[in-house]
Design a protein around this ligand. Sequence first.
Ligand code: GCB
Ligand code: CA
Length: 889
Amino acid sequence: MRIFYSLILVLLPYLLSAQVRIKQSINTNWQFHKGILDETQLKSPDIHWETITLPHSYNTHDVLDDEPDYYRGDTWYKKTIYVPTSWSDKEVYIFFEGINQVATVYVNGKLAGEHIGGYTAFRFRINDFVQFNAGNDITVKVNNSFNEDIPPLTADFTFFGGIYRDVYLEVLNPIHFDADNFASSGVFVSTPKVSEENASVTIRGEIVNSSSAEKNISVISKLVDPKNTLVAQQETKIKLKQNQKASFVHNKINVTKPELWAPERPSLYRVVTVLVDAKTSQSLDEFSAPVGFRWYSFTGDKGFFLNGKPYKIWGTSRHQDFPYKANALSDAMHVKDVQLLKEMGGIFLRVAHYPQDPTILEACDRLGILASVEIPVVNTITESAAFKKNSMHMQVEMIRQNYNHPSVIMWAYMNEVLLRVPSFKDDKPRQEIYFKNVAKLATTLDSLTRKEDADRVTMMAFHGNYGLYKRLGMIETPMVVGWNLYQGWYSENIKGFGEFLDKHFAEFPLVPTLITEYGADGDPRVRGFSPIRFDKTVEYETYYHKEYIKAIEARPFVSGGLVWNLADFNSETRAESMPHINNKGLLDSYRHPKDAYLLYQSHLLKTPFLRIGSRSWNIRSGTAVSEDSLYARQSVEIYTNVNGTVTLRNNGKVIGVKSPSDGIVQFDVPFTDGLNQLEANGDNARDVVGINFQLQPSQLNSKKLPFKEINISLGDNRYYVDEQQNVWVPEKPYEKGSWGYIGGEVFVPANRGRQQYGSDKNILGTDDDPMNETQRTGIQQFKLDIPDGQYEVILHFAELAGGKKREALVYNLGNGDPTTGNFTNRKFDVKINGQKVIDGLSNSNYLIPETAYASKVITSVTDGNGIVIDFTAIEGASILNGLQVRRIY
Ligand code: GCB
Ligand code: CA
């Protein structure tokens, strides 16, 4: 989807206008069928086809529901294309930007070709199957099943199926740039020499004459500068015999004092190469690509240099999905992500874990974002010839298809490939053979990459098992090593991050290192004032990034840090607080910024920046300081790069004046009931945020602040804002005049591991996982000293114990199934103000493990007795996960 207009203007004086290649998308009006079809069924009128538009995925919804797994199997797409008679002397191709993961393409029932791999483009010549001046049936079988010979095998992202990128028809003259070169453009542009003084451009490619006549061709390459002024050109004459291929090289295109391409100023030149019929002067084909003049190097001790200057690389990785769209995003949605990275102040995009839509690298070229691209060899390999062949094929496709992007400086080929090591039934010698095979495949892919592109650097990303990669010699295989490190997230000690790097530097002082991943989950709905690891609060995520920024900045030998991830993304097999989503994004999955995104802005942006941190936590709740002081104090962080002080006002009143440190100012804000307009002012920067505060009375019978409603998450220390905009507040012990629990303890998982409290299981039947995952176990009473009136009380329960084998329990209750861990049956009654509202709640009725159960009860409060909820255990311990109380009258 390139725009040729300006080029046409440039070239007009030199060429006769003529029809060069046509590239037209054919995305509309496809028919789709999910399921296996045989040849007769394909033609049968009884088969249901749904009309759809590309890009399309058939996994938009099943990756987000409560059913485990998503459809991974056969699907069919079909469409009629019209091929005009005027194309009968042309070469007609069908071009797919990407289909996940195996595509078989038929034209009028005949096999046109098959493609393996979900993230690279492919094209098939279809002349032999089409009828001109007629409708032609394109039928595509798509299959995204697990295939042990096709990477990725397993990974922390979802392998959505479908024709999820654009599809085009390409119509070429018989004389054209080679269209059968791994779906590349057939022409490759490089900048072998670049300095401030001068730069050179090399353009090489192959030209095909598929006609039956000999032709004299001029190949003319022109270089235009960022203002579209011609700066250099080269012309070659070629005699092309019928059905012959010939190559050309233009390497005499030089520029003095080039405008350099850099993140601050991504100046783009452009190359246009045209094939001209020497006799008629008609242009027959045209190629165009951006050119960015830059040079760079990675060093082991001083980090990264671009155009001779040191740069700390800051950036992110990015997945290509969006809620309810799977991978089928519009071009604009892809571009927006790169823009968001730019607006954060990032200068690097790790296109991970697979090549993405062409618009991504186009945007990187334009916006000055450096990039790496990699094939999806993730976690593990299959030691088969086919796996190796497919990996190598993908690597060549990736490099040739994305070669002409000045933003790309790095090709990678494996991610954490030793994360999932087959145990071979504890056969250590066999495992050792596997290790060797992995290391060998790495070397093969690395050499292949260097051979394909001698100008860029190679990279492989490792997980924290330093010793193993070192032992296998893999640290020295790529030109740059990438480390994916999660100290302070998957492992306990956050300082371990810096220690790891220092050790690495001591042992491999010459190996350039880049932190290719680091990150912590922040569920955008979960907040807290005492964040701890794995509590999923946005606040812990922010804390983690503060620490990592300091550690990376403190070490000049580290080339930079790439946050995992730009945005939250789908990983169907994940449970935790937001099932199916990996919450390590700096943006949530709808691309709203979390606080950590603002933290990076304050750290990286050069223009005045100031943002009030909890803009996304704009519905809050808390208890008034006292009966007479009708406000609650809560912390607010402001992220800024301004010099001098920041003044914060709430509803016009000055709260404080403070100087930032490390880009942050923190205020304890007295929030009043209702709307709190926070206004922060600093040097040349200002921000306003409205926070709706639901102030809870300190005494529930308060006249000044009458009780309305409250939502309490038991066994919880965090705040949670649900989809209905209810704010759930943390539990507290009962105090007279107020509310709280009596008895019991915070639920802590059996094998605590990373989770300090609460469960990390997907609780079925609810979207309120954070509230349902936490629980007070052994609770005796819950009291609210609320005034007389009529109330709605909703009690929330979820069985969190055991639960490894949910089904076994449901169907085999009480038989002591050993696979269910520490599970003990429970049974208890619930009374509200003396009346039994739940009789014998147990695992034999509603308490199905890991499943939400809630019950709403209407109750009257009289005689100033408030609400007293009694839990009486009959077997095991009583539980309560959440409680909502709302005054009706
Ligand atoms: C990793 C993987 C990435 C995961 C990430 C995580 O190391 O490379 O694919 O998504 O960790 O969040 O666990
Ligand atoms: Ca709870």
